[in-house]
Ligand binder design. Structure first.
Ligand code: PGA
Ligand code: ZN
Length: 434
C-alpha cells in the first residue's frame, strides 16, 4: 500500500490578514515528508448564504479572533484526517464536511475546514513533485486567466465613500497575461495622477484601488475612461470596464439606496441606471447588479443585457452549485464568481465550477477583500482552467503576490501558455442567450 501521501500531521496557527485581522493558517504534513501550507482569506461584503467564518466574539480584536477555529483544526480535524490520503481531495473534503455536520460549516468554521482542504492539496502536489496548478490540471493547465483588476475601490472596502464597490479594468486587446498587467499598471498610474491633479488623492482602499473621492458614482466611471485614454489605450477595444456593484450592500427588499447620489431606486430603477451606464461607458462585465434577495431583478437584468455583457453572481450565488442551478433555471446571471471560502472546501468550490460548465456559465476565481500572501487561488484558476481571475487592485503585497504568481507560471509555461482573452467572458459563450 502506498502511504507516501497519507496525512501524518496537521497544525494550525493564527496569522494576520491584509486588514490586520486574525485568520487561520494550516500546515499538512504527509508520511512521505511532503508538506503543504495555506491561509484562509476573509470578505467584508459577504453573501448571507456563505459558509460560516468562525470568529470568537468577545473583546479581543473586535471579536474577530479565530482561536476557536484554530483549536478545531489542531484538535478534532487533525484527529479525523490523520491517515487519510491527501491525494484523494474528494474523500478528505467529504470527511471535513461530515465531521462538521452542518449545512454551512457552522460548527467547525469554514475557515478551519478550508485551511486544511487547501493545505492538503499543496502537500499532495509537493509529494507529486509538481506545482499546484499542474497537479490540479495536468498538461491541460496552460490557460492563463483574463484578469479583472480594480482601479478604484468603493462600497464596504472604502467606508462607503462611493456606493459601487469595484471599478475594474479588463484588457480585451492584450495578447498575454503579462501584457494585461503592463497595460493595467499604466491605467492605474494615470488614474492616480488624475485624482492627484484634482487634489483628490486620499490613499488606497482595502483591495489597493485608489480611495474614491468622487461626487457621484458616475464620476468614477468618467475618471476611469479618462485614465484609460490618458494611458494611451482605446477604451472598449483595448481596455474595457468591469464593475462589481455589490448591490446587496445598499439594497434590500427591492429598495436600493445610493447614498452618494442621494437617490432611492426600486429594482427597475437600478436596472435602468445600470443599462444607461452600459450604453455610455465601455462596460463588459457587471457583478451583483441586484441584491442577493432580488432574483427576479437579476433575471430581468440578465434578459436585457446577458447576450452582450457578462453578468456575474457573487453574493447572489456564493460559489454554490445548487444556487447556480436554481439561477440558471430562472435565467439569472451568466457567470459565477468562485471564492473557496464561501463554501469551505476545495471540492465544493470545484463542484460549482463543474456545474457552471455544464450550464454554459463562465466563471471567475476571486480573492476576498481581506487577503494574505497566500496564492492558492492562482493555481486554482490555472489548474481548473477557469479563464478569469479577480484579486483586487494593482497595489499592496497581498494583491501583487497573486498577479506575480501568475506571471511566473506564464513564463514557466513559455510557448505552451495560452491567454484566455475575452473569449471566456460570459457574454461570448456559444448558445448563451438569456
Ligand atoms: P469581499 O469583496 O471579499 O469583501 O466580499 C469581494 C467581492 O465582492 O468580490
Ligand atoms: Zn463581489
Amino acid at each position: 500500500m502506498i502511504t507516501k501521501t497519507r496525512i501524518s500531521r496537521v497544525l494550525a496557527r493564527r496569522v494576520w490578514d491584509s486588514r490586520g485581522r486574525p485568520t487561520v493558517e494550516a500546515e499538512v504534513e504527509l508520511q512521505g515528508g511532503a508538506r503543504g501550507r495555506a491561509i484562509v482569506p476573509a470578505g467584508a461584503s459577504k453573501g448571507s448564504r456563505e459558509a460560516l467564518e468562525l470568529r470568537d466574539g468577545g473583546a479581543a480584536f473586535g471579536g474577530l479572533d479565530v482561536l476557536t477555529a484554530v483549536g478545531h483544526v489542531n484538535g478534532e480535524i487533525a484527529t479525523a484526517v490523520l491517515g487519510l490520503d491527501a491525494a484523494d481531495q474528494a474523500r478528505l473534503d467529504d470527511c471535513l464536511i461530515a465531521l462538521d455536520g452542518t449545512p454551512s460549516k457552522q460548527r467547525l468554521g469554514a475557515n478551519a475546514t478550508l485551511a486544511v482542504s487547501m493545505a492538503a492539496a499543496h502537500a499532495a502536489a509537493a509529494a507529486a513533485g509538481l506545482p499546484l496548478y499542474r497537479y490540479l490540471g495536468g498538461d491541460d493547465a496552460r490557460l492563463l486567466p483574463l484578469p479583472q483588476i480594480q482601479i478604484f475601490g468603493g462600497g464596504a472596502h472604502a467606508g462607503r465613500r462611493v456606493d459601487i464597490q469595484d471599478f475594474m479594468v479588463i484588457c480585451p486587446g492584450a495578447s498575454c497575461f503579462a501584457q494585461a498587467l503592463e497595460w493595467t499598471a499604466e491605467v492605474y498610474r494615470h488614474a492616480g495622477r488624475l485624482m492627484d491633479a484634482r487634489g483628490a488623492l486620499a490613499g488606497v482602499a482595502d483591495e489597493g484601488g485608489w480611495w474614491p473621492s468622487f461626487d457621484s458614482n458616475e464620476e468614477a466611471l468618467e475618471t476611469l475612461v479618462a485614465a484609460i485614454e490618458a494611458a494611451g489605450f482605446v477604451p472598449g477595444t483595448q481596455v474595457a470596464i468591469a464593475l462589481d456593484i455589490a448591490a446587496s450592500d445598499f439594497g434590500r427588499g427591492g429598495r436600493y439606496t445610493l447614498g452618494l447620489d442621494q437617490r432611492v431606486l426600486d429594482s427597475d430603477g437600478l436596472i435602468e441606471l445600470l443599462l444607461r451606464w452600459c450604453e455610455r461607458y465601455p462596460i463588459v462585465s457587471i457583478e451583483d447588479p441586484l441584491a442577493e434577495d432580488d432574483p427576479e431583478g437579476f433575471a430581468r437584468f440578465t434578459q436585457a443585457v446577458g447576450h452582450r455583457l457578462q453578468v456575474v453572481g457573487d453574493d447572489f450565488l456564493v460559489s454554490d452549485a445548487a444556487l447556480l442551478r436554481r439561477a440558471a433555471a430562472a435565467g439569472a446571471a451568466n457567470t459565477v464568481l468562485l471564492k473557496p471560502n464561501q463554501r469551505g472546501t476545495l471540492s465544493e468550490t470545484r463542484q460549482c465550477w463543474q456545474a457552471a460548465q455544464a450550464l454554459g456559465y463562465a466563471a471567475i476565481v476571486s480573492a476576498r477583500s481581506g487577503e494574505t500572501e497566500d496564492t492558492t487561488i492562482v493555481d486554482l484558476a490555472i489548474g481548473w482552467q477557469v479563464g478569469q481571475l479577480k484579486v483586487g487592485s494593482f497595489a499592496r503585497g497581498e494583491r501583487m503576490a497573486k498577479w506575480n504568481a501568475a506571471l511566473r507560471i506564464e513564463q514557466r509555461l513559455g510557448p505552451h501558455a495560452r491567454f484566455a482573452g475575452t473569449g471566456v467572458l460570459g457574454r461570448s459563450r456559444p448558445g448563451l442567450r438569456r
